[in-house]
Design a binder for this molecule. Structure first.
Ligand code: BDR
Ligand code: CA
Length: 310
């Protein structure tokens, strides 16, 4: 039976790749997608979820809910320098999306899914933890039912990507991160320590997409280009797959080794090891070849002609 998942996200180039991976993964059923301000405003993040739904047309449409417009206690810092002003590489030719979100209350939708699916539910958080913190505030008991939370964020034993010690998602909303870590949830954190191991060369993506030519493959190539360009300029040999790794670890936790740790959140969202009972597990060594194979095999569904002839 497929595991019900809810994806909380701020698309975002790598968030988009993670959503596409989820929609082609038989182990999970994406019941809901909730949006949060982070890489871009929550309005743009929501538009991007609908752009991707219109493009991919998954067999089961998720509930879409709009979440927090900004962090709990500070001003929003976006990441448009990396992801583009629109969050998806600023392509000029996205078709207009007509759909309207089912709900304006992401925290309420998270709580509702936690109540309905309980231990079966996996929450995958790919942006700042604001919506999760608001869901905890609304109904901590319901959140206690959730089977597993997989969140991309933090930089534990490696430098950050926003300050020397802070990673973007947690630095946007440190207060929310603190609340989530304090809530005694079954939390698996996927920090830069793990995600920086997963560098996808441009040629690898090109080769994989050439096996499934069509509008989805062309769009992935187009919106990913900015990510490759900026990561290359930063010295990487390809694009770092932060959010796709978190999604893949929600599908298959054996793709990484885990360490139970106690983390405290610093004033700028730093993840600091402290003594005491563990409050999360962090992903450490990743089986990179196995992850990249899974990611590339599933990112883009085969075009209908190919499916018929195979
Ligand atoms: C995280 O920050 C965002 O820009 C990415 O989407 C990812 O979730 C990496 O630090
Ligand atoms: Ca993200």
């Amino acid at each position: 039976m497929a595991t019900p998942i809810l994806i909380d996200t701020d698309p975002g180039i790598d968030d988009a790749l993670a959503l596409l991976l989820a929609w082609n993964s038989p182990e999970v059923r994406v019941d809901a997608v909730t949006t949060v301000a982070g890489n871009v405003t929550v309005e743009k993040a929501t538009t991007n979820v609908y752009r991707l739904l219109d493009l991919r047309k998954p067999a089961q449409l998720p509930t879409v809910a709009v979440g927090a417009a900004g962090p709990l206690a500070r001003a929003l810092q976006t990441a448009t320098r990396y992801h583009g002003e629109d969050g998806l590489g600023d392509l000029a030719d996205w078709p207009e999306t007509e759909q309207a979100p089912a709900s304006a209350d992401a925290a309420g939708v998270i709580v509702q899914h936690a109540r309905v699916s309980q231990r079966l539910l996996t929450l995958v958080a790919l942006g700042p933890l604001t919506n999760l913190a608001l869901a905890l505030k609304a109904d901590a008991a319901a959140m206690g039912f959730v089977g597993r939370i997989v969140a991309m964020g933090g930089a534990v034993d490696v430098p950050g990507n926003i300050t020397p010690a802070a990673e973007f998602n947690l630095s946007v909303d440190p207060e929310a991160a603190h609340r989530v870590l304090a809530a005694k949830l079954p939390l698996d954190l996927v920090p830069l320590d793990a995600t920086r191991q997963t560098v996808l060369p441009r040629a690898g993506l090109k080769k994989a997409l050439s096996r499934s030519p069509g509008p989805i493959a062309s769009r992935i190539t187009a919106f990913s280009e900015r990510g490759f360009r900026i990561d290359h300029a930063g010295g990487a040999q390809g694009m770092v797959l932060h959010d796709p790794l978190a999604l893949a670890l929600a599908l298959d936790p054996t793709l990484a080794e885990w360490e139970a740790v106690r983390l405290a959140i610093g004033p700028e969202g730093e993840t600091q090891r402290v003594r005491g009972e563990p409050n999360c597990r962090i992903a450490r060594r990743v089986d990179v070849p196995r992850f990249v194979r899974l990611f590339l095999d599933r990112l883009c569904p085969p075009s209908p002609q190919r499916r018929a002839s195979s």
